[in-house]
Design a protein around this ligand. Sequence first.
Ligand code: OGA
Ligand code: MN
Length: 197
Amino acid sequence: MNDKFEELIESYITHKVGISDHFLSGALAGLLQAHIARLNKDGNMKPAGTGNDQLLQHDRSVRSDKIHWIDKKSKQQDELGFLDYIEDFIDYLNRTCYTGINAYEFHYALYETGAGYQKHVDQFRSNDNRKFTCISYLNDNWTEADGGALWVYHDDEIQKILPTNRKTVFFNSSELPHEVRIAHRSRMSVTGWLKRV
Ligand code: OGA
Ligand code: MN
């Protein structure tokens, strides 16, 4: 486990966007995929907004994914496995990098065909408690032709990341503008923020 954590942190330190290709186990990724499919079938994946609290907006030309927030009190075995893993990662990060993370929030995300998310930064203007963004992708056999790449805007280049199954990306929530290019097939992920509150 620690080698996955180390890989993600090491690549974050070196490249600003940490990437670990097999951060999630195949078994856990499979459970989470099935969970999103079930939430969607039951009408529990809801259009996402942008901004927070009073500033929350729903503009499908800016952002058109559907999300479902993970409830930490959930008794779902698949979710508990995921949250335990994230909590272990946070402990490791705090121990090795003194990051002082003391809270987190995660949601499932589903981009159906034609959905995307325009260039943005994750930290809210009115609240800086989101410190790191952590996204795990759940898409078997994703290719460039499927669209839906994560584009990260660095000073001198655009980094293009395919949302392939079990891959996790990790970056600073206040620094790096990024966007989700239009997906040409359903694109699933579990996305969240490590916070200091
Ligand atoms: C987000 C986001 C990127 C992705 O949800 O804020 O930028 O690749 N997601 O899903
Ligand atoms: Mn984002």
